[in-house]
Design a protein. Structure first.
Lengths: 480, 480
């Protein structure tokens, strides 16, 4: 067993809350596997398989909102792509969710200065009446300010919350922005508002491309019309409001719930030769929002995981354990694919060696964190050593969360990594028409594939496990 | 008379083609006027009048396509703003032009990979039939390639020309981009094409905001549907075409000619106390394209000229000559306001002391060029000396053209400057939804006002003229 520095040991003890104990036999990656992982890493850095995959998905399918006209085509594409890449086993697992549709949207300031506004309806928003919804706008500078308002002051009006997001490498301002987008409409609806607008949860201060995304509505009965203004349009509305005259806005949103839809997670596997039933789970989500072509969110994630599996598949021998690549259904409207997977596979959680999903763009990975049992921390350090030369620092003090959809499986007890990409410009494009292939640098994408291929292979070859067991990491505080 | 360096003298002789001769009495700016101009310059650099004007126009009126719903509102705004600023005389001169309307537009790739495209119809484009126009796309990498094509190969098809524009300080790639946009549809129509698409004439490689602009069509009988794809959409179409399968696109453009419209140039004057009938003519154009709010094109130009006039108006005494600020009608669809002005005032060309229009954004002016008679070059050098400390270099070797609309009056014989702004990012936003107020830096705009105030005042106070006379500069080769 490699000796753990005391601080790391303490940190890993703090992370381990499940069945594992420090007395376990240490999990170790055999040296031959480390060497192969280094070769996989170096080969992947010069390989464009990942880029070709995301190019194919975004060009041949384009936008693919869950349940929309391209949902089935995207699934067919994924099945065909897994087969083309030589995966051993390709199958689907159904996922059922409420269908929400966007048909058209338009908005305008009616008074005092008539002009159109660039906006986009939010997921699970209600539509407006056929003649539109015209109402006075009441502005709030934070969600807290809205919560504290007298409901009588917003009743029948359009609540507008304007909060600015700044760029950060770890994208942490999205917590604020998405908080307004998810929670704001629900609060406004409960207070009797007729509609909800927000300044886009995005960091592109100068682009007229509004950011969509899901609200907290899940039942048509609760929903009111809700939409996001682009940042320059929010600036404009702020300026118009500053004149101090009543501001009336008309919303025409032809969107809404329309029954339910059954799609599927699409899964490809490189079958393990020693423990075929034990899986390293990686993936991305196949659905995208509809204004862009879903290149960085999350064609890149699907491509990274598919390409990593393909790199391993091309080795002379199959790995010891199975590499399972999951292209999740409908992450965008509430982790539907991830939750369906976790529900279906909860009993197999112990068979999930290690897992994580890529869903934060296509820039370089700069940080790895892990939630594993204490006796597997040495193996994580072995992985860290292999990916450190390509720019990834291991932060032993933070938990790993498994990424968006796989956070659900982590919640069931799957040992998980988080591989954090540089998200500095991610929220410039996220959920907008500008999420297109030109935002992806093939070299940066290749670095992601290298990291996923190296860690997946090492996890598949490990002597020992990483502590996955029912409920194992219930208290690690990971959040993705 | 200040002595001219020989090279400058040669250059100015080359520029002077009118009635003036080197033997004229030299035009000189009195020292008191130079001093006042320096004070105007310094005051303007710290003044936000220009920014307040463009903020007012873009907020209270917003987009204002010529002949559209905001045309009359914009003219009312301009009249009121001139009065509010204390102009001595405010009036309008009618301008009549073909009315072209945009109602809606949509496009999609029908085969082989169905998906929507982000595009915008071009000025004077024809509309498509009610069910849209679906046709195969034929791609050309240049206008020359299109010209050389066999008409049979484009007949009934959608001609698509894809040419990249790069950023330059002087924006010179716009010559290429606008050449495709203006000339391409006409050529394609003559060859029997059913429709025309181009890669936007814009330098924003990553933005889904297509660039509109006028075509060469002037008669509905000649027009075919013509539109611009955003750069990422052109990339996408290029990728789809690269599969080598027939690519069908459907265009739904509800746009077209709709009779004629009579708008107006709106004019404000600071009346000269000595020579009220002699005018320094400055301005911008009041119309904008419709997707944005026309901040840099050309709210900024209107604001710069209006604010410069206001600075002069606030002096203790009126200037010797009149400062005439013109907010032109419908520059965008073919200099209609500029041509109407030139036609109406052709006989008064000799009364136009000097003129130029601001219509290249809101960044700092970095270069001045002039078309004046040789004996006025010394006065131009006096102007150059006053604006040099705020970053403007006088290039004596190039002619001045008077800017977009005033190029028409220059064509009649008006002595003219060109004050070139930094256009590095101008074509990122030009004619797109992203032409909004946030693109204007108040400090850079103030520098423009300083330049316009200083030169206008000096021209108004000059002892002597700059050579304006019928046909005076017919051969100076200026082009704006």
């Amino acid at each position: 067993m490699r000796r753990l520095p005391l601080t790391l040991l303490a940190a890993s003890l703090a992370l381990a809350t499940g069945l594992a104990s420090a007395a376990d036999k240490a999990t170790v990656i055999p040296q031959a596997a480390v060497k192969t992982a280094e070769q996989l890493r170096d080969k992947a850095m010069d390989d464009n398989t990942g880029y070709k995959i995301v190019e194919s998905l975004t060009t041949e399918i384009g936008a693919r909102i869950a349940g929309g006209p391209n949902d089935q085509r995207a699934r067919d594409w994924a099945v065909a792509k897994f087969k083309e890449l030589g995966y051993d086993k390709v199958y689907t697992e159904t996922v059922t969710y409420p269908l929400w549709e966007r048909r058209s949207e338009h908005a305008e300031i009616v008074a005092p200065f008539p002009q159109s506004l660039s906006l986009i309806a939010l997921g699970y928003s209600a539509g407006t009446p056929k003649d539109g919804l015209t109402a006075e706008v009441v502005k709030f500078d934070s969600l807290d300010a809205l919560k504290k308002a007298d409901p009588a002051s917003v009743k029948g009006k359009i609540v507008y919350v304007t909060v600015h997001m700044e760029r950060h490498k770890d994208g942490h301002d999205y917590g604020i922005g998405s908080g307004v987008r998810v929670g704001g409409p629900v609060i406004a609806a409960k207070m009797g508002a007729a509609g909800f607008l927000l300044r886009s949860a995005g960091t592109d201060a100068h682009s007229r491309t509004p950011h969509t995304g899901v609200t907290g509505f899940r039942d048509p009965k609760d929903a009111i019309p809700a939409a996001a203004l682009s940042n320059p349009d929010a600036d404009q509305l702020d300026r118009v409001l500053a004149y101090g005259k009543p501001v009336k806005v008309k919303l025409d949103l032809d969107v809404g719930f329309n029954g339910s839809y059954t799609g599927a997670n699409v899964i490809g596997e490189i079958t393990g030769k020693k423990h075929p039933d034990q899986v390293v789970a990686i993936g991305g989500h196949l659905d995208s929002w509809d204004p862009g072509t879903g290149a960085i969110d999350d064609g890149a994630g699907v491509a990274i995981a598919m390409a990593a599996g393909k790199m391993i598949r091309d080795l002379p021998q199959r790995p010891d354990r199975t590499i399972r690549v999951i292209a999740f259904a409908n992450e965008e409207m509430g982790l539907w694919g991830g939750r369906a997977y976790a529900d279906k596979h909860a009993a197999d959680v112990g068979k999930h060696q290690l897992g994580t999903e890529s869903d934060f763009g296509a820039r370089k990975i700069w940080r790895m964190t892990a939630s594993v049992k204490p006796s597997a921390v040495g193996a994580i350090e072995q992985i860290a050593k292999v990916i450190e030369p390509i720019g990834v620092a291991y932060d032993a003090k933070r938990p790993g969360g498994g990424g968006s959809d796989l956070s659900q499986m982590h919640g069931k007890g799957m040992a998980a990594l988080t591989l954090t990409q540089d998200g500095t410009d991610y929220f410039d494009y996220h959920h907008t028409a500008n999420d297109t292939l030109d935002k992806i640098d093939p070299k940066e994408l290749a670095q992601n594939v290298a990291v996923y291929a190296a860690f997946s292979y090492m996890a598949a070859q490990a002597d020992g496990d990483f502590g996955s067991a029912p409920g194992a990491f219930a208290k690690d505080g990971a959040s993705d």
